[in-house]
Design a protein around this ligand. Structure first.
Ligand SMILES: [Zn+2]
Length: 348
């Protein structure tokens, strides 16, 4: 069954997707035009070649090249607004929690006040123009250690916007023990932010346990290695902690060797709540729609099963209740309409 058209039209929510990591070749071309001295190609074909995923080292090169193009508040605003446009128009997203790493912009000289104003301006415009509701997660770039964690906490607490819903932890896991950030997560959680660290992407289940016990994780970014630990799977299933699964990203970064080996099915069979996400879509040559197709293949889903994946993302989100209700109703209506079409159409 070709699920592609159904997935493309399905109203969706996404919970694990990075701000800078969502910059498409089209958006980077606009940013490169604003900063001709940066040495990033402006022509779209050249950029598409530059973006073609080769290996993880090349992904970092692309990512940092984009980071280096974000220099002014207008760059941040343009990036955010155009990412929102592509989410709404390309992936039919109605809601997204975008993981922002303000630290990498502030260390390059942008004031946090200007950063916040720029993303907020884009958020309001995106909701008005595209009907996309955006919320923010600020993540600590773990490789930058305690100074980055201190700064990110300060941005979250002293420069908070109402649209900030979560506090995260990204970057490499190896050599970045979770325990060192316990105090930061304690304070963020005390201020009402949800705890959503990356864990178990490239390290074993003990990192996920640490994130649950020390950081109070309510959702886990990736969580691949949970599949190795039946006790952890049972714990996740029992507590309702959601895994933000990013299938294509996991193969691109070698967290999983081949897509056929992805543990998504193990999670579902164990009763763990999963959501499907695209992580850094243009940089991993994917899209949320594509990751839904991949997930549908791994789980042998039909249209109803795919619609349930979209419902799981809404349920696992930190969206306001009225937004959850509205998107849930849209998914129901869409699925019912698709069913009517398929029963009206005579099958050969
Ligand atoms: Zn991520």
């Amino acid at each position: 069954m070709n699920l592609q058209p159904f997935i493309a039209g399905l109203p969706k929510a996404e919970l694990h997707v990075h701000h800078v990591g969502s910059a498409s070749p089209r958006i980077v071309s606009e940013l490169a035009a604003r900063h001709p001295g940066a040495g990033v190609p402006r022509d779209l074909d050249g950029l598409k070649r530059f973006f073609t995923f080769r290996d993880f080292a090349h992904f970092i090169v692309v990512y940092l090249a984009v980071v280096d193009l974000i220099r002014t508040p207008e760059d941040i605003r343009l990036l955010t607004y155009e990412v929102a446009r592509e989410m709404a128009e390309g992936q039919n997203l109605r809601y997204a929690e975008l993981t922002c790493t303000p630290y990498t912009s502030v260390v390059r000289g942008l004031a946090i006040e200007a950063y916040t104003e720029a993303i907020e301006d884009a958020r309001v415009a995106a909701e008005r123009d595209f009907g996309l509701v955006l919320r923010w997660i600020y993540d600590i770039p773990g490789e930058s250690g305690i100074p980055a964690a201190d700064a990110t906490l300060e941005y979250a607490l002293a420069h908070r916007t109402d649209a900030l819903v979560g506090f995260g932890l990204g970057g490499p896991e190896i050599g970045v023990p979770r325990a060192q950030f316990q105090e930061h997560f304690d304070q963020a959680r005390a201020a009402g932010l949800h705890s959503v660290p990356h864990a178990g992407e490239t390290t074993g289940p003990e990192t996920i346990w640490e994130s649950l016990r020390l950081l109070g994780a309510e959702r886990i970014g990736h969580g691949c290695s949970a599949a190795q630990d039946p006790e952890l799977l049972a714990h996740l299933a029992g507590t309702g902690v959601v895994l933000e699964v990013c299938p294509t990203s996991n193969v691109a970064t070698r967290a999983v060797d081949r897509i056929e080996d992805h543990p998504l099915r193990t999670f579902v069979d164990a009763g763990v709540s999963v959501t499907i996400n695209s992580d850094d879509p243009p940089m991993f040559s994917t899209s949320l729609n594509h990751d839904y197709e991949v997930a549908a293949g791994l789980l042998d889903l039909d249209e109803a099963g795919v619609a349930d994946l979209a419902r799981a993302a809404v349920a696992g989100s930190f969206a306001p209740d009225d937004v959850k209700t509205r998107i849930g109703a849209e998914i129901d209506d869409y699925e019912a309409a698709a069913r009517r079409v398929s029963t009206d159409t005579p099958q050969p």
